[in-house]
Design a protein. Structure first.
Length: 65
């Protein structure tokens, strides 16, 4: 039986923390920066947890159980 491969597009967008949670980058920071306010742009800084409903699918794409 062949090994399951990691979905590379998913691996670039999500990562697992030490406790096993999934985190992602905030959306809306790529371009059109001037149209957003300074505060809203700052609020999109950093990472956030993946939604509970999406976690099983992303786990499977990352090669987890």
């Amino acid at each position: 039986m062949p090994k399951q491969k990691t979905h590379k597009g998913t691996a670039k967008r999500f990562r697992r923390t030490g406790s096993g949670k999934l985190v992602r980058r905030q959306s809306g920071r790529g371009h059109l920066k001037l149209a957003k306010g300074k505060e809203s742009y700052r609020r999109l800084d950093g990472t956030t947890d993946v939604a509970k409903a999406d976690a099983p699918r992303i786990n499977r794409l990352l090669g987890g159980n």
